[in-house]
Design a protein. Structure first.
Ligand SMILES: Nc1ncnc2c1ncn2[C@@H]1O[C@H](COP(=O)(O)OP(=O)(O)OP(=O)(O)O)[C@@H](O)[C@H]1O
Ligand SMILES: Nc1ccn([C@@H]2O[C@H](COP(=O)(O)O)[C@@H](O)[C@H]2O)c(=O)n1
Length: 225
């Protein structure tokens, strides 16, 4: 049997990683993993259990405690923490504001990377994995590596539209930039483009164009393996 395909999709916040990755996985018949959801899930658990998310020692000590299970179906991925559905709670502003601090803790990252590699091991056809360090750290030998970008303006407009104007475009833009700076500036596995990743600027592309571009890259790579 052919080796499983691993498609690594990284990039800053709001560049379209989730929407694109789910569609690419569905089109190619691959599993899907949202690693941001895993970091959000552990952050939600820390907040719910009274752990000070700005205390790296407390976060490190607790990192092994929650049982996080991420779904791999691109049509309905889902995520549970200690058996409870966490899909809704992990998307709150409180979690979004705290997640960069928690995900900077090396013990948290080591635990998540273990889960991420295990997900690939149980994906016979392959998997599309999206995040910040997938091409650089989690799967340095991925079949195809993509680094999505988009202007801060485009990303803020997309996100603000999602929130139905509950947050202004300017505030959304500032929050995205702050989170990207924290994710790019941490010591362990920062947000970064792998040297061999293909950069796709989605600012002026429709979602369908981005999906098509990545599906084509994966199919080309598969044909030459
Ligand atoms: N090429 C595109 N054109 C227009 N809108 C897009 C495009 N790609 C994604 N979007 C929209 O932008 C928003 C953010 O996309 P998405 O959640 O996939 O980004 P993300 O990179 O996964 O974000 P985050 O890192 O914050 O999880 C969504 O509303 C999505 O529908
Ligand atoms: N590989 C990854 C993926 C995510 N993170 C951290 O999680 C945060 C939330 O990610 P979203 O994709 O859901 O927005 C992100 O800001 C990072 O702090 C990570 O460190 N590594």
């Amino acid at each position: 049997m052919e080796n499983p395909v691993i498609v690594a999709i990284d990039g800053p916040s709001g560049t379209g990683k989730s929407s694109t990755s789910r569609a690419v996985a569905a089109k190619l018949g691959l599993n899907y993993l949202d690693t941001g959801a895993q970091y959000r899930a552990i952050t939600w658990w820390m907040l719910s259990n009274g752990i000070d998310v700005n205390d790296p020692v407390a976060v490190a000590d607790a990192a092994g405690k929650p049982v996080i299970v991420a779904g791999h179906d691109p049509a309905a991925p889902g995520i549970t923490v200690d058996g409870t559905d966490a899909s809704g709670p992990i998307r709150t502003q409180e979690v979004t504001a705290a997640v960069s601090a928690v995900s900077a803790v090396p013990e948290v990252r080591a635990r998540m990377v273990e889960l991420q590699r295990a997900a690939a091991d149980t994906s016979p056809a392959g998997i599309v994995v999206e995040g910040r360090d997938i091409g650089t750290t989690v799967f340095p030998n991925a079949t195809v590596k993509i680094f999505l970008t988009a202007s801060a303006e485009a990303r803020a407009a997309r996100r603000s539209g999602e929130l139905n104007g509950a947050q202004s475009v300017a505030d959304t833009r500032a929050a995205l930039i702050k989170r990207d700076a924290a994710d790019s500036g941490r010591k362990t596995s920062p947000l970064a483009k792998a040297a061999d990743a293909v950069e796709v600027d989605t600012t002026d592309l429709t979602l369908d164009q981005v999906i098509e571009c990545i599906v084509t890259l994966v199919e080309e790579k598969r044909a030459t393996r």
